[in-house]
Design a protein around this ligand. Structure first.
Ligand SMILES: CC(=O)SCCNC(=O)CCNC(=O)[C@H](O)C(C)(C)COP(=O)(O)OP(=O)(O)OC[C@H]1O[C@@H](n2cnc3c(N)ncnc32)[C@H](O)[C@@H]1OP(=O)(O)O
Length: 430
């Protein structure tokens, strides 16, 4: 491809990821998005005017800043002429923001763009009940104090309670945790296997942190309200837990017969991540380091009444085919860990001839997963999962690991609400 149209990733950074209601509880998603984009520009030593577009994502919408991407541009004092828009595609949001910037570069519409995602599980808009909403509307248009108070007279105490948004499918009513639980049961994924996988995720992430592998990718963040303390690492890691501790945790989503626990689920998390993309010619002209490129990508979706979080098993074969490669060609596989049960179910589907035949209309399974290549530095169970930020986290982390290994190709993949999945084949040349 012409180097004026070939998109390359030149920088990637994320905040540490924090358990909800801890270090980042006073930050809005916009605050986190601004922090990460400011750091990205500083690390790349890039004048903001070089950026032609910002595409950012957020899954739980903010009522104060629904187009968080544009507010990041304005809030950082970047040139106001930079257009920016916000994407919401559940847990694959920042796969989509990355692809949007990449496609704009490949189209020749832009030369340089920022992609990423920001999320706060601590700053979730609380909704009012419909009777309370109606009363507030009526009161707002009333002329006298008596008329203003009248609409509230018939409200019951339960009408006054805030309604937090559920992490549930609007189409089926099922929560993500219930879907993970259903997949564990349908695929025969044992509690022990889930706990072992979660333990592995924590061990690997803790090891990667100890080895300093994330120091290039993760920024330090001063913690409000007094900013005297700084978060430099994800605060969700539990390397000290042994399997006996996992075994004691109670199932959360099916309390009687379930196997999905707080230990083998990704936790509710605050954080943000961002990538800087350019066309190759511009990156070279500016002397930017080229971290890698996206060789192919695919999005796919299935019926939410089916195995909701199995999207990677539908998206991956398409991305591999578009890359002209097989699963065996991958040097690394990074799979988003919504729940241990969803990763183990997806691996089962990758390796199943029946799944390939019945669901993908393929004669061969997607391929056998080499466990030595899978989530080598841990994943969302240990690091956390700020929904919109996870994709860019996976991409930057995988590019970093490929670089440390002297180059290669890797599959990044994630499931998402709505029955969707994303897959991307990344390439790093030595
Ligand atoms: C496409 C997708 O990604 S879909 C997925 C989207 N994400 C989700 O749906 C979020 C799923 N996760 C959740 O909803 C929540 O994390 C839950 C409900 C599972 C757990 O929430 P909480 O109860 O707040 O978790 P919390 O961190 O307090 O853990 C509960 C208990 O388990 C313990 N625990 C959790 N993890 C571990 C661990 N690894 N080792 C040992 N103990 C642990 C905690 O110490 C705590 O114990 P305590 O009650 O004695 O204090």
């Amino acid at each position: 491809m012409n180097s004026n149209r070939q998109a390359v990733i030149v920088a990637g950074v994320r905040t540490p990821f924090a358990k909800r209601q801890t270090a980042f509880k006073y930050f809005t998603p916009l605050d986190l998005g601004k922090l990460v984009c400011a750091e990205l520009l500083e690390r790349a030593d890039l004048e903001p005017k070089t950026v032609d577009q910002v595409v950012f994502g957020q899954v739980i919408p903010s009522l104060q800043a629904p187009n968080v991407a544009r507010e990041i541009v304005l809030g950082l004092g970047m040139p106001p002429g930079i257009p920016a828009y916000t994407v919401s595609k559940a847990c694959i949001t920042s796969y989509q923001t990355t692809v949007n910037v990449l496609e704009a570069i490949q189209e020749g519409a832009i030369e340089c763009g920022i992609a990423g995602g920001t999320e706060s599980a601590s700053d979730v808009p609380m909704m009012a009940s419909k009777p309370l909403q109606d009363a507030l509307h009526d009161a707002a248009s009333a002329k006298t104090l008596v008329q203003r108070l009248a609409p509230f007279r018939n409200l019951s105490p339960s009408d006054l309670l805030p309604r937090p948004p559920a992490i549930a499918e609007p189409s089926t009513g099922e929560t993500m945790g219930e879907a993970g639980e259903r997949m564990a049961k349908e695929n025969g994924i044992s509690r022990e296997a889930q706990d072992e996988f979660a333990h592995r995720s924590h061990q690997r992430a803790a090891h990667a942190w100890r080895e300093g592998k994330f120091s290039d990718e993760v920024m330090a963040v001063h913690i409000p309200p007094d900013f005297t303390e700084t978060l430099v690492e994800d605060n969700l890691l539990r390397p000290e837990s042994d399997l006996a501790t996992y075994a004691k945790l109670k199932p959360v989503f099916d309390k009687k017969y379930g196997t999905v626990t707080a230990g083998n689920s990704s936790p509710l998390t605050d954080g943000a991540s961002a990538l800087l993309l350019m066309n190759e010619a511009k990156a070279k002209a500016l002397g930017m380091p080229i971290l890698g490129k996206v060789r192919s990508y695919a999005f796919a979706a299935l019926d939410p009444f089916d195995q909701l979080l199995l999207g990677p098993a539908y998206a991956t074969p398409i991305a591999l085919e578009r890359a002209g490669m097989t699963l065996a060609d991958m040097d690394l596989i990074d799979m988003h860990e919504a729940f241990a049960a969803t990763v183990l179910s997806t691996i089962q589907a990758f390796e199943s001839a029946t799944f390939a035949r019945e669901k993908l209309n393929r004669s061969e399974p997607i391929g056998k997963v080499d466990w030595d290549k899978l989530n080598v530095n841990g994943g969302s169970i240990a690091m956390g999962h700020p929904f919109a930020a996870t994709g860019a986290r996976e991409i930057a982390q995988t590019l970093g690991e490929l670089k440390r290994r002297g180059g290669g190709v890797a599959l990044c993949t994630a499931c998402a609400a709505g029955g969707m999945g994303a897959a991307m084949v990344l390439e790093v040349t030595s």
